[in-house]
Unconditional design. Sequence first.
Length: 227
Amino acid sequence: MPDNPVTITSVTSQYATQVARDLESNTKEQERISVEISALQAQLKILQDDQNVLHSIQKTLGGRPASAPSTPEPSTSLPQQASGKNTTTRRAPSKTAAKAPSAKTAPQAKKEKAQGAESKAATASVQPTLIALVRSHLDQQKEPRSAAEVTSALAEAHPQRTIKSTVVRTTLENLVAKNQAQRSKQGGSVFYTSVALQAATQEAPAPVLPQTEQDSSKGEKAGAVSS
C-alpha cells in the first residue's frame, strides 16, 4: 500500500526546516570562529612587534639577544558550508602596535620631564599668594577700590595668572575679617581700603608752616585782638 502523500510532505517539510536551522547555526558558528581567529591574529601581530622592539633595546644595551621562537601563523581557512560554498574569511581591522621608545630617548624624556616638574615647582614657589597681591595692591592705593577694580589691576599686572573677580572679592572680605582692610559703601557699590594706609593718613601730623608764615599769622591774630 503506498504511503500517504500528505504524510510524506509533512515529514519532508520537517526535515527541510531542521536542515535550514542547522545550516544557519553552522554559518553563525563559522562567523564567530572567524572573528576570534582575526582577533588572535591581531594580538599575535602586536606581540611580535613588541618582541622585535625588545630585541632591539636588548641589543642596544649590550645584552645577549634571546633566540626568537618561530611562531607559525594559524590557518584561516574555514570548512565548507552544508551548501558546498566556501565562506569568505572575515578579518578584523589590524591595530597598529604602539612603538616603544628607544633606549636612547627614554632616559632623555625622563630627564626633561623631571626638569619641567622642577621648573613648575620653582615658579609656583616664587609667585606670591593672591591674598598677598591683594593686600599689597590696596596698600599702594590712595583711594578706596572696588573688587572689580582690584581684579582688573591684578589681571593686568599678572597676565600669567588666572584671577577671578569672585575669588578677589572673597579675599577682600577675608582681609576685612582679619582687620587688614576696611569696607565702605557708596550707593550700591562696595569699596575696600587698606587699614595700614588709613592709619597712616590719620596719624600724619599737621603741616608745619615756615617761620615767616608763623610770624604773619601771629601778627594777624594780634591785630584782630587790638581792634
